[in-house]
Ligand binder design. Structure first.
Ligand code: KG4
Ligand code: ZN
Length: 340
């Protein structure tokens, strides 16, 4: 089974071709990603109208290139999947409409994919991961702990009550004068900083329900930065390192609560999966590895390129759904909000 996947929900335009391997798992035949970071950098964040225009400009070419790299024609495909939300509505409409049009023209099954479901299932692309597992989804728009019981069968155990963790990274970077997107910048600068210099709050620490909160932490960083202004590079590095240390502690504590709740509601937790752009952060990856090895959990972290937004995850979610007989018709509308 070979699928084309299209992703346009935020600031990445992406198209990929993935094949289902006979032994299970998938093979990525092409994975084209065009990042719009340069377009948005001057504004310090994603501008929805600019994002939509950029998707229109590159999507056709990207799909063409993905098909060429994979050495397949539209006719050879077994289905076409497009992210139908949640995300910025202009971009979602563009990718979804393109996917529907191609499926209609080539007379192929069409699957409208939930972007969050795609993140949730990506870890299975490599093969050898069975349900159920605990998913920590940490991106620019979402921070959630989800029990993944099967395709289309998700139980949200906890989520952020305010900012997403990636959003907190981006906002802290902005207030410290670092460019967008802030996550990788904060990580880079934090390497040179002293994580013990500022004792920032660890929000929600010890709470039994595995929820998250990052807006108080972000405010604490802002107040401290104002207090010690003007900021020299070493102060910025210390602020970044102390902020990142607080995020790491919070994530590990919330995960501990998540594993407990998973045990009570779903059954023994054997594997945990991390997905979303923030999973690219090495300090966070190291802390999760330590936590999982101490707790006897198998940790599955997809490669960085599959943690951030991409088309392969959409194609793979399409394969997982069509395999179960799930497909969609041309009336499927874009969904700016679409909880798992
Ligand atoms: O999943 P993603 O590519 O897009 C969505 O939000 O769906 O995640 C992007 C987010 C941004 O907030 C970015 O700052 C954050 O992931 N991020 C990082 C790192 N790389 C990306 N945050 C912390 N450390 C990183 N190395
Ligand atoms: Zn995403």
């Amino acid at each position: 089974m070979r699928f084309l996947g299209i992703e346009t929900t935020c600031d990445e335009t992406a198209a990929a071709v993935v094949a289902l391997k006979p032994e299970g798992g998938g093979e990525i035949l092409a994975n084209e990603v065009f990042s719009q970071i340069a377009e948005h950098q001057a504004y310090g964040g994603v501008v929805p109208e600019i994002a939509a225009r950029a998707h229109i400009e590159v999507l056709d070419r990207l799909i063409q290139r993905a098909l060429e790299t994979a050495k397949v024609e539209l006719d050879d495909l077994d289905g076409i999947a497009a992210a139908a939300g949640p995300g910025l509505i202009g971009g979602v409409i563009i990718g979804l409409t393109e996917g529907k049009a191609l499926a209609l023209a080539a007379r192929k099954p069409f699957v409208a994919v939930n972007h969050l479901e795609a993140h949730a299932l990506t870890a299975r692309l490599a093969g050898g991961l069975d349900f159920p597992y605990l998913l920590l989804l940490v991106s620019g728009g979402h921070t959630q702990l989800v029990a993944v019981r099967g395709v289309g069968d998700y139980v949200r155990l906890g989520a952020t009550v305010d900012d997403a963790v990636g959003e907190a990274f981006d906002k802290v970077a902005k207030m410290l004068g670092l460019p967008y997107p802030g996550g990788p910048q904060v990580e880079r600068v934090a390497l040179k900083g002293d994580a013990a210099r500022f004792d920032f709050p660890r929000p929600m620490l010890g709470r039994p329900k595995p929820d998250f909160s990052f807006s108080g932490l972000k405010t604490a960083v802002r107040l401290e930065a104002e207090k010690i202004a003007p900021l020299n590079p070493s102060a910025v590095a210390d602020l970044c390192a102390s902020f990142q240390a607080a995020v790491v502690d919070t994530l590990v504590d919330r995960l501990r609560a998540g594993v407990r709740v998973f045990g009570e509601r779903i059954g023994p937790c054997q594997a945990m999966v991390v997905a979303g752009g923030v999973a690219a952060n090495s300090a966070i990856r190291r802390a999760l590895m330590r936590f999982c090895s101490e707790s006897g959990l198998r940790l599955v972290v997809p490669p960085v390129g599959l943690c951030t937004d991409n088309g392969a995850m959409i194609a793979w979610a399409g394969i997982e759904r069509l395999r179960l007989g799930l497909s969609d018709d041309m009336t499927f509308a874009a969904r700016p909000r679409w909880p798992l």
